[in-house]
Ligand binder design. Structure first.
Ligand code: NAD
Length: 285
């Protein structure tokens, strides 16, 4: 059977077949999404599950809330497809700042499912403070979750992918705040941490490419979530921040789904060490 795809398949005389959309399938692959209890993480988890993956959402609450369970049930009730996609959502209580525990969480996912293919290191926190007043403790806390936690997550998945010889995909959630300084916002620790995430993705990508593991990052712009509802709650601020991108609005979490599936799946097999901005054009200004 010919393994040619795309134009090579068309020229090889293979029977005509639609293969381009199926590149985005992650059927029967196993994924970890940190910060997967709500917001961007839960949207990533649903996108992956719809595309056929078994997704473990790791987050701080000891039990998932009613909304998370509703999304889990929604996935369970998805209609069958011709490709027999069988997505599933699972919940794991965990803290990304605990390196040993993160290693153990991914080991136990592999024990249960036999594999780990996709890792979305997405958990993060936002904290605002004037730069000259930043306490050592507050600065450390942001970096512990947004930088160390992202590393421990990527390590936990990467170690298992290496052990099992899996051509895995690791995606780190960075931010436009790693590329620019958000005008009018005093987010020194957050901005610094997200720049570190961008560089971490490049460094991991270069070291892990010979092992067949890809690492990329996604940089969302302003997205409606609990983080931005809490962090930008001042009256009129949302309008002011919306005007900072050419599209003049905040994005929705579901508008990240295309980038998530592209990076997680075989649609991006020659892509590593890169960052995908989903920001309404904010960094283009
Ligand atoms: N919302 C935005 O506008 C925006 C923009 C750019 C980047 N981001 C990034 O996207 C990611 C998700 O953001 P969101 O908007 O969904 O925020 P959110 O606050 O709604 O969700 C973050 C999730 O991470 C979890 N979390 C926090 N600390 C954790 C820890 N130590 N261990 C495990 N889980 C932990 C939280 O419990 C929460 O469920 C973050 O990394 C954030 O920095 C968000």
């Amino acid at each position: 059977m010919s393994t040619a795809t795309g134009v090579a398949a068309a020229l090889s005389g293979s029977p005509p077949a639609r293969t381009s959309l199926s590149l985005f399938s992650v059927a029967n692959r196993v994924a970890l999404v940190t910060g997967g209890h709500r917001g961007i993480g839960l949207e990533m988890a649903l996108a992956l599950a719809e595309a056929g993956a078994i997704v473990y959402c790791l987050d701080l609450p000891t039990e998932p809330d009613a909304d998370w369970v509703k999304v889990q049930n929604y996935v369970a009730a998805l209609p069958a497809t011709e490709q027999n996609l069988k997505g599933r959502l699972e919940y794991v209580t965990g803290n990304v700042t605990d390196q040993k525990a993160m290693f153990a969480h991914v080991e136990s996912i592999v024990e249960r499912e036999g594999r780990i293919d996709i890792c979305m290191a997405n958990a993060g926190i936002l904290h605002a403070c004037d730069c000259l007043d930043y306490s050592a403790e507050d600065f450390r806390k942001v970096h512990e979750v947004n930088v160390s936690g992202v590393l421990y997550t990527a390590q936990a998945a990467g170690r298992q992918m290496e052990r099992l010889g899996t051509p895995g995909s690791i995606v780190l959630t960075a931010s436009i705040s790693g590329h620019i300084t958000n005008p009018t916002q005093h987010l020194l620790a957050y901005n610094t941490s997200k720049s570190a995430v961008l560089q971490m993705a490049r460094s991991l990508a270069c070291e892990l490419a010979p092992k067949g593991i890809r690492v990329n990052s996604i940089s969302p712009g302003y997205i409606v979530s609990e983080m931005t509802r809490g962090g930008f709650s001042e009256p009129g601020l949302k309008q002011q921040l919306s005007a900072q991108n050419p599209m003049g609005r905040f994005g929705r979490t579901d508008e990240l789904r295309g980038a998530v599936l592209w990076l997680a799946s075989d649609a991006s097999t020659f892509c590593t060490g890169t960052d995908v901005k989903v920001d309404g054009g904010q960094c283009a200004w």
